[in-house]
Design a protein around this ligand. Structure first.
Ligand SMILES: [Zn+2]
Length: 267
């Protein structure tokens, strides 16, 4: 009887907790976006704390200025797509970690970029805009809340949450812990296609060359070192990524070629 109640409860949860992504896909949403945003704020502070203590956040003024400038322009475009996100407390931090090729965004627009991504890819502004636009797109499309939902919904996920949190020393529990762990969980290939589609548009509207989306992923695939970059493990390649991005470029060029100053969000 107890088991049946659990099943009924689970089905009820699934029924009430589906949402629709900006591209029209149905999503599992046990964790509401609001709650994901609140939990992510806590998780973000906790995850950045060790870097802050070691003086490894935003410690290169020129790189900080560059990353903030690009991100500010992308966020201004994100707010055009989802106006309510103007109330998010958007943040980006550059983490001084030259070995890590990675970037991520949490629910509510809390983001991080590792110096390894900039250096090892020798990334241009246009390419950085593609990475950051792609990350912003994940947040806009509620993929972070979706991953948290998956982590919290499955028994395996709950067990994994316990194991994975063992060595991190984070003072996080429940949804905040799920928010921190979601950063290291792979997106689905469908979510990747969505983020590619939204990200390239954000970048083009912010004045960044859409063709850089193609060179970015090529560089990412060819980066040397031990094993593939962290970024590729959480952003699995949808089939035909290069072909699909190439097909999007002509539609994006008019946005990119628009004259005039691009708006920017103050970070
Ligand atoms: Zn992605």
């Amino acid at each position: 009887m107890k088991k049946r109640n659990t099943v009924v409860l689970l089905i009820a949860l699934l029924l009430v907790s589906c949402a629709t992504s900006p591209t029209g896909r149905r999503q599992l949403m046990i964790v509401s976006e609001e709650s994901a945003i609140a939990s992510s704020k806590q998780a973000y502070a906790e995850m950045l704390k060790p870097y802050a203590e070691q003086g490894k956040l935003d410690n290169d003024p020129a790189l900080k200025e560059r990353v903030y400038r690009i991100t500010g322009r992308l966020i201004a475009q994100a707010i055009e797509i989802r106006p309510e996100t103007k109330d998010w407390e958007w943040r980006i931090k550059v983490i001084d970690d030259p070995e890590t090729v990675n970037a991520w965004a949490m629910a509510g627009g809390k983001m991080a970029l590792y110096t390894g991504l900039v250096n090892k890819l020798n990334a241009t502004d246009d390419e950085l805009a593609q990475v950051l636009g792609h990350e912003i797109a994940h947040a806009l499309a509620k993929h972070s809340a979706e991953k948290m939902s998956v982590a919290m919904a499955s028994t395996i996920g709950v067990v994994a949450v316990g194991i994975a949190s063992d060595n991190k020393g984070w003072a996080l529990t429940g949804a905040s812990l799920a928010a921190a762990l979601a950063v290291n969980m792979p997106n689905s290939r469908r979510a990747e296609s969505e983020a590619d589609e939204i990200g390239i548009e954000l970048a083009a509207k912010a004045g960044y060359d859409p063709r850089a989306a193609i060179t970015l992923w090529q560089k990412m695939a060819n980066v040397g070192g031990q094993g593939p970059p962290e970024f590729l493990s959480t952003h699995p390649s949808p089939e035909n990524r290069e072909k699909e991005l190439t097909e999007m470029v002509p539609r994006m060029m008019p946005y990119y070629e628009q004259k005039g100053e691009r708006p920017s969000y103050k970070l």
